[in-house]
Design a binder for this molecule. Sequence first.
Ligand code: AMP
Length: 421
Amino acid sequence: MARPLFQALPGTRDLLPPDTDRMRELVSRFAERAITAGFGLVVPPMFEDIGVFVRLGEASDVVSKELYDFEDKGGRHIALRPEQTASVCRIYAEARPTTPWKAWYAGPNFRYDKPQAGRYRQFDQVGAEVIGSHDPDVDVELIALAARFFRDIGLTRVRLLLNSLGDGADRPRYLDALRAHFESDVGALSEQSRLTLAKNPLRVLDSKRPQDLELVASAPVIVDYLSDDAGAAFERVQAGLTVLGVEFELAPRLVRGLDYYTRTTFEFAADGLESAQNAVGGGGRYDGLIADLGGPPDPGVGFALGVDRTLLACDAESAFSGPDTRIEVWIVATTGGFEATELADELRAHGIRTDRSFDGRSMKAQMKGADRSGASLALIVGADEAAAGMVSIRSLREQGAQQSLVPRSDLVTKVKEMLER
Ligand code: AMP
């Protein structure tokens, strides 16, 4: 076959059935969980003033290297959203809903990242945020929501990693200690990490470069620098998760990619995936982000889960096959009348997945279509059936099955009965 003129761009993928069915079902399972916990759906725009995202932290790769930004025809500097937390905070600052405000979302984000397995330039997330409460029980509720969701879809090899990054006042003390640690042997660090060190020593902890591993492993840990308040909150989060039986591992070096996190941070790692791309989700508190966006000084906490990567983790565990969307009934009509049109309409009204042939095909060609569709039943209406107000039903599952003749008025009942068998 000749190569088509255009193909999907690097880092983007065309999703087709059955992958799309799985994805839709995954989002709807998440929606159920979120709605059951009192979250309402928000749909932020896919692009914003670039300033909204720059607030996420200029030292993070997401902002410094990966933004899709451009000037629009009105001369505005715009960026496609790399994530949705900043937009949710911008909406909060603008709409000022009553607190605590619980919002969930689903949809694509854009990052100019190096495409590879599990890393795309357009990828989907589902997420949830709670704005306006300092209560660590909120953190517990959110983490449990994500953990329960992974369990709902049948993932068993997902670990929850938990850390606290402390408060505004704890950070500088820790950053000083961290900087001193790395500077004591700066020659041992990779060149990239030396550059990162100048901007934000915290991000050096994120480095996966082999050269950096030893210094990262011996670095001081933030939990030793927490204020009494932040320490007590972290204890409360751990106690709450324990009460719910949500297992976690303390991960003192977990800093995550974005700069805005304070206090609780967490990540979900799928052991079924390659370690470089094994994060299926993460989140934490961001107690200063809303004020940075010009809103009130209200705290927030939330998480985002990578939909594409979660599905890859499901593949690795042979979990979550997705819903059955195959056609159940195929209609074969040869009269040239409206039998197929009417029957399809009637069966569909009863929620039975039904399809038919078009273009006046022969009986034989229509039966081929029925076989190809994977339908369980074929309904056949020829001139005789039409004249008698009857329909023939043939099972396509059993070889050589007898055909039965059913009056139109009993059709739906009979079809349902046969599909249940
Ligand atoms: P982040 O917003 O960076 O905390 O990402 C949250 C989750 O989104 C990650 O744990 C991944 O599962 C997913 N994710 C982030 N970036 C990408 C990407 N480029 N491609 C696919 N999934 C991604």
